[in-house]
Design a protein around this ligand. Structure first.
Ligand code: UDP
Length: 313
């Protein structure tokens, strides 16, 4: 799919802006919608004036109407960092439910393909490891993270209902921890926190004892996987992530090694923080022919360089 007209909700966010950029580069026209609650105009400013790129400041939880033909709708609007969705709980529930309904409605009206940005959080604190798409998850609906997890689970259910009932062409990407340029320095996620802390000479904050694990995917790999899914015929959910698993303590050591300094400081573990997380990417490998190619050390070095420039250091 190139030379198409594509709507990206949350297009000024971290992942959304990289998607917009790749789509413009490959010759698609892009309508980027964002209410700028966690997104930033600076993320897409370099695309202003590029042929076919339009930015509209808009809250997709209210309604969405885009004049003209649309070939695909990529629904990426949502706070995604735990710190952000804990600060914006109602907005997070609304964009995952009402926003998804609106984005699906736009897709249906236009006969456009729909891609949902879902999440590894649908697996909650997983009891199956690594997580295949067939695992139903272990989510606390009334815990603080429930506002994100349940909104995304509802979004998946709504997407499948539009697929089954209306015959809409739908794609569901379950995105695992992604990092890289354009993360907000203050977004509260572990990679941005540790990198910014190391670069500015502050202690690196490890929550809990640092033995919990995550599997980190560099943003360029993630976007390549998302576009492979968009262009595929796969309507089942697909994990898009990097299966290399690290403890948070190992991640901190890597950051210290790259930046060349950093004291560690221990803080309490947030409520319901998943103990371990690692995608089983068999489905993505077999059905999309996709796998990540950038390892954590390489991706972190690129991310550190970017933050250095961003922070003017
Ligand atoms: N974390 C940490 N220090 C930080 C921020 C996060 O140790 O400054 C931990 C957090 O408790 C979790 C992991 O790092 O175990 C990943 O957190 P993040 O907020 O990046 O995303 P999550 O995977 O929890 O959605």
């Amino acid at each position: 799919m190139t030379g198409r007209r594509i709507v990206v909700t949350g297009g000024a966010g971290f992942l959304g802006s990289h998607l917009c950029e790749r789509l413009v580069e490959r010759g698609d026209a892009v309508v980027c919608l964002d209410n700028l609650s966690t997104g930033r105009v600076a993320n897409v400013e370099h695309l202003f004036g590029r042929p076919g790129f339009t930015f509209v400041e808009h809250d997709v939880s209210t309604y969405i109407w885009v004049p003209g033909e649309v070939d695909a709708v990529l629904h990426f609007a949502s706070p995604a960092s735990p710190a952000d969705y804990l600060a914006l709980p109602i907005q997070t529930l609304k964009v995952g439910s009402l926003g998804t309904h609106n984005a699906l409605g736009l897709s249906k009206a236009k006969g456009a393909r729909f891609l949902l940005a879902s999440t590894s959080e649908v697996y909650g604190d997983p009891l199956v490891h690594p997580q295949p798409e067939t695992y139903w998850g272990n989510v606390n609906p009334i815990g603080p993270r429930g506002v994100y997890d349940e909104a995304k689970r509802f979004a998946e259910a709504m997407t499948m209902a539009y697929h089954r009932y209306h015959g809409l062409e739908t794609r569901i990407a379950r995105i695992f921890n992604t990092y890289g340029p354009r993360m907000r320095p203050d977004d509260g996620r572990v990679v941005s926190n540790l990198v910014v802390q190391a670069l500015t000479g502050r202690p690196l904050t490890i929550y809990g004892d640092g033995t919990q694990t995550r599997s980190f995917c560099y943003v360029d790999d993630e976007v390549a996987g998302l576009l492979a899914l968009l262009d595929s015929e796969v309507d089942e959910p697909v994990n898009i992530g990097n299966p290399d698993e690290y403890t948070v303590a190992e991640l901190a050591q890597l950051v210290v090694g790259i930046v060349g300094r950093g004291e560690i400081e221990y803080h309490p573990l947030p409520v319901d923080d998943p103990v371990r997380r690692r995608p089983d990417i068999t489905r993505a490998r077999e059905l999309l022919g996709w796998r990540p190619g950038i390892d954590l050390a390489e991706g972190l070095a690129l991310t550190v360089d970017w933050f250095r420039r961003e922070l003017g250091l």
